[in-house]
Design a protein around this ligand. Structure first.
Ligand code: C5P
Length: 231
């Protein structure tokens, strides 16, 4: 397969003019690439979790780029990604705590939606709806659809994680246009792009790596094992 793009944690291969293969690398990075490691098995478990979550969302009516599972990855529709990341928060932690001086662990009910401009050179700055439509990163209609799909996906995932004895704290989504012109949920959905805690507040996500809290592959395997049991 022809390599189309290599990012920090994934490689995208062209399969045909409508389809790509998304391969997960063992590489894990944090703080915009300043901290790096390659724990064996990381790509495989992240791919399995992402596959399980995309299949669950697809089954529950969320349009996604996901097509079918594969070895250390999945097949997906080719998409043109919009340069906007949508973050939905059920609980305050991470950047919002520093930015607004909130108490870590504060419940955000109903969930809070934030937008970030997808730009590595700028470190993905937070932006508001005004910036997004003004600079043409997405139209008002696209923004409305992205927000609606992000909230629907989060409600579904929050309920799934709850059944697995875990709490979905926050999550990041990306969207793109598939070859038929549909706006679909794209990229990945995994503990690399979300925060997941147990009832004691232990992390089972990339914070394990960011904050040196333990073995990231073991944490992700536990997430997979628990989700597998309830899906
Ligand atoms: O850092 P912050 O608290 O804003 O992150 C919110 C959520 O979005 C976290 O789950 C984080 O892993 C995810 N995120 C991401 N990619 C980014 C920024 C944040 O997946 N570029």
């Amino acid at each position: 397969m022809h390599l189309l793009y290599e990012g920090k944690s994934k490689r995208i291969y062209e399969v045909d003019d409508r389809t790509v293969f998304v391969e997960f690398k063992d590489d894990v990075t944090a703080f915009n690439g300043q901290k790096k490691a390659s724990p064996p098995g990381k790509g495989d478990v992240t791919a399995r979790i992402s596959t399980l979550l995309f299949e669950y969302l697809k089954k529950n009516g969320i349009p996604t780029h996901y097509v079918r599972p594969g070895e250390k990855g999945f097949y997906a529709l080719k998409v043109r990604i919009l340069p906007v990341e949508v973050v939905v928060r059920n609980v305050a932690t991470g950047s919002i705590v520093k930015r607004l001086g909130l108490e870590k662990g504060k419940e955000l009910s109903p969930p809070l939606v934030e937008y970030f401009y997808k730009n590595d050179d700028l470190g993905d700055p937070m932006v508001c709806e005004g910036h997004i439509t003004y600079f043409g990163w997405a139209t008002e209609e696209e923004l409305r659809k992205m927000k609606d799909l992000s909230l629907k996906a989060t409600a579904l995932l929050t309920e799934l994680f709850k059944r697995a004895g875990l709490r979905l704290i926050d999550i990041k989504y990306e969207f793109g246009y598939d070859p038929d012109g549909n706006l679909v949920l794209a990229d990945e959905i995994s503990p690399d792009t979300s925060r997941i805690w147990d009832d004691e507040g232990r992390s089972y996500d990339k914070d394990v790596f960011r904050k040196d809290l333990g073995d990231i592959v073991e944490a992700y395997e536990e997430v997979y094992r628990r989700l597998r049991a309830v899906v």
